[in-house]
Design a protein around this ligand. Structure first.
Ligand SMILES: [Zn+2]
Length: 48
């Protein structure tokens, strides 16, 4: 699992609470707060 602000690398990640997905296009991109459930810094993501 990855937290907001981490740079886990290119790929698609889904919020573990609501499954909202975000795609990181660059290895330097950071995971943003969830755009759906709005949990902010508490959001965690997993690859999906
Ligand atoms: Zn969410």
């Amino acid at each position: 699992m990855h937290n907001v602000g981490e740079k886990p690398g290119k790929g698609k990640y889904c919020c573990t609470d609501c499954n909202w997905s975000v795609t990181l296009d660059d290895d330097d991109d950071r995971l943003p707060p969830c755009g759906n459930c709005g949990k902010g810094q508490d959001t965690t993501y997993q690859r999906c």
